[in-house]
Every structure is written in C-alpha cells, then in structure tokens.
Design a binder for this molecule. Structure first.
Ligand SMILES: Nc1nc2c(ncn2[C@@H]2O[C@H](COP(=O)(O)OP(=O)(O)OP(=O)(O)O)[C@@H](O)[C@H]2O)c(=O)[nH]1
Ligand SMILES: [Mg+2]
Length: 365
C-alpha cells in the first residue's frame, strides 16, 4: 500500500533528508512548498519547507539500503524505524489539524502586524504587551479588515468601559484616592472637587488623613478654601469613621490619603480599615502614566488586598505616550476612571476615553 507523508524542516534539503530517512530513496516527491508554522512566536521567523512524498511501504528503502548487519543491529534499526514512523505519523496528524486558513492570514498579515507591533512598542507598550495585543488582533480581525482599525477595536476593548464617579441623587458617595507618593492624588482630588462644584449643584466635603507629609493639610486646605468646601483632617481610622457619619447628608465626600510606599504595611492597614467602614467607599488607585510597566505591576500587586477599585492615570503630559494605560489593563481588570494631563487644578482632567487613548497609542492623532 502506498504511503503519503509530509515533512517539515527549516530548509528544503533537511526536508528531503527526512523523506529519505523515513521513506527511503525510492520515495517520490509530490509537492514542496514554503509554509509558516503555527503559533504567534513563529510569525516573524523564516518560513519552513514542507515536502510531501509518496512511497510504497511494501518495499521500504530502508531495508534495501541497509548493509548486512548482525541480528542485534537489525533489531535496533527496526525499533528505530518504528519510532521514526510513529513520530512521522504524529507530525502528519498535527499537520492535518493545522488551521491553514488562519495560517494564510498570518502569513499575509506579517508586514502589517510587524508595523503595528513597532508602533505599539514605539508608543510605550512593552514587547510582551505588544505581543499580546498583536496576537489578539490576529484572533479578532475579520478577513480583509484593516488591521489598524482592528487594533483600535482591540485596544478599546482592553481598556473597557470607563467608570468615572457617578452620583445617585439622595445617596452619598465617598471617594478615596490612594496610590504611591507624589503621583497627584491631592491635585486630582481638587480637580474632581472643582469639576463637580462648578458643574453641579451638589454638597461636597473633603476629608484628609494625610497628616504625614509636611504641608499636605495646607495644600488641600488652599484648594478647599478656593472652592468654598468644608475640609476635615482626621488622625485615626476612628476619627475617619466619625467624619464619615457626620457627612452623611453630603452628596460627595472626597478622601485624600497620605502618599507612602505602597508596600508600607501601616498604609495598607489604614486604607483597609477606611475602606471597611460602613459607608460604601469607592477607591481610585492613582498611578502616574510616566511609571514603568514593571513598577506598575508591583503597584497593582500591592493593591490586590482591595476587592474593588478604579484606576486613575495622572501626568499624561509627562509621559511619552499613554501606552502604560492599555499595558496596565492587560493585567489589571479594574475599570479606568479619569486621566489627568497637567497641573491646573480646575482643568487638565477628563474621564478616560478609550477611543482617544487607542488612537494616541497607535499614532493616529
Ligand atoms: N505634569 C503634571 N503634574 C501633575 C499632574 N497631577 C499632579 N501633578 C503634580 O505632581 C506633584 C505632586 O502632586 P500631589 O497632588 O501633591 O501628589 P500626591 O500624590 O498627593 O503626593 P503625596 O501626597 O505627597 O503622595 C505636584 O507638583 C502636582 O502639581 C499632572 O497631571 N501632570
Ligand atoms: Mg497628597
């Protein structure tokens, strides 16, 4: 019975050698072609060669070519032959299961995917992040779809639905800003307070537990005075609870926290006890967009003790690109709230806009 098998190798010669080894010198080559191996890791590799050959299994070359040998050697060769046949059968099965249509798309998409990858990396996404995003595009892109459009769609999807502060009439909302030192927690709180105070007729109060840094209370008091808002300083979780009770008739209570190393166990304890208070507290984790991806992973890790929070990116004006935002969203499932891009207290803040972020990251703006 005739046997038809395919062999894949880096070069044509290697593929021919495999044919000879497995089917013998009598095997007839019926096709050779360049292929790309499946798997995203192989996209940028050189194409491989696939050679398909046919042979009469009743007259294996192996036996004809074989020099007369001792029975022991024959036995070992036979075992080896069996093993090779098994391996080549397995390879054949794998080959049959390859999604050729997908592979064709990948092959055709190569230069465009490479270009997208370069753009992402050039705009602050790590090689790993760019790998993930381009991989997602290959999965998500419809046939003939423009890949930049598909990538925009993928990034918008990764960024998810933004979740800025929303107020329910008659229900007070407490919003707490946490995050590493100097990222802009206090300034952002003032920006948000200003935005709500100017646009809506609502009662706002400010609470700060940042009695740690010199000048922190004064800094916030200046903002509170300008906006005409009451401000309370608390020195312990108990005092915080008391103030939360006292501000129950407010619409929005904004809480500032001290900037400390996020690994600081005391800081963790403080935030945890504040969040545990009976009022429903919405935490916004403030991260500077100029932070490195590696440090952001650490920051997100150090907040894993909180079930729920939103991520707020500051200092986009200081970052080369908003690449850190989709990068972060690849490993942190929390929703985005706001982005800030300057030191002006009343402006330089807006709700996170996924389409805009995606366009900037793709160099389309
Ligand atoms: N360029 C730029 N600077 C900002 C932005 N937001 C805040 N800043 C500046 O960053 C510095 C620190 O801001 P703060 O609001 O004090 O930061 P913080 O997180 O409260 O700091 P700590 O309380 O000390 O942890 C200030 O000089 C702010 O003006 C921003 O979006 N862009
Ligand atoms: Mg502060």
């Amino acid at each position: 019975m005739a046997v038809i098998r395919s062999y894949i190798a880096e070069t044509k010669k290697e593929a021919f050698d495999k044919v000879k080894l497995d089917l013998g010198c009598d095997a007839v080559i019926i096709s050779t072609r360049k292929i790309r191996r499946k798997g995203f890791a192989n996209i940028f590799k050189k194409p491989a060669f696939e050679v398909t050959a046919v042979s009469d299994s009743d007259t294996p070359q192996k036996r004809a070519d074989k020099p007369q040998a001792a029975p022991e050697r024959d036995r070992r060769i036979e075992t080896l032959e069996k093993k090779i046949t098994q391996v080549s059968d397995t390879v054949g099965k794998i080959y049959q299961n390859i999604d050729w249509l997908k592979l064709k798309q990948i092959t055709e998409a190569d230069p465009r995917i490479q270009k997208l990858y370069d753009t992402l990396v050039g705009n602050g996404i790590s090689p790993d992040g760019a790998d993930k995003l381009t991989g997602m595009v290959l999965e998500a892109a419809a046939e003939d779809e423009d890949l930049t459009e598909a990538m925009t769609r993928v990034i918008v999807g990764v960024l998810g639905e933004p979740s800025p502060i929303s107020l329910n009439p008659g229900k007070r909302k407490v919003v707490l800003f946490a995050g590493p030192t100097g990222v802009g927690k206090t300034t952002t709180l003032a920006k948000i307070a200003a935005g709500f105070a100017l646009k809506q007729n609502i009662k706002i109060a400010i609470i700060t537990e940042d009695t740690y840094r010199i000048g922190a209370v004064e800094q916030l008091r200046i903002y509170a005075d300008i906006l005409g808002l009451p401000m309370h300083v608390v020195y312990s979780p108990e005092e915080f609870l008391k103030k939360i009770e006292e501000t129950s008739d407010f619409d929005l209570v904004l809480v500032d926290t001290a900037g400390k190393n996020t690994d600081d166990t005391e800081y963790r304890k403080t935030i945890r006890s504040m969040v545990k208070c009976p009022a429903d507290i919405e935490v916004h984790l403030v991260i500077s967009a100029a932070t490195s991806a590696a440090n952001t992973v650490k920051i997100i890790d150090s907040y894993s003790y909180l079930n729920d929070y939103k991520i707020l990116f500051t200092k986009l004006d200081e970052a080369k690109s908003p690449g850190l935002i989709p990068e972060t969203k690849l490993f942190a499932s929390k929703p985005l709230s706001y982005v800030t891009y300057g030191q002006n207290a009343a402006s330089d803040i807006s709700e996170a806009n996924p389409a805009e972020i995606a366009k900037t990251v793709l160099g389309l703006t």
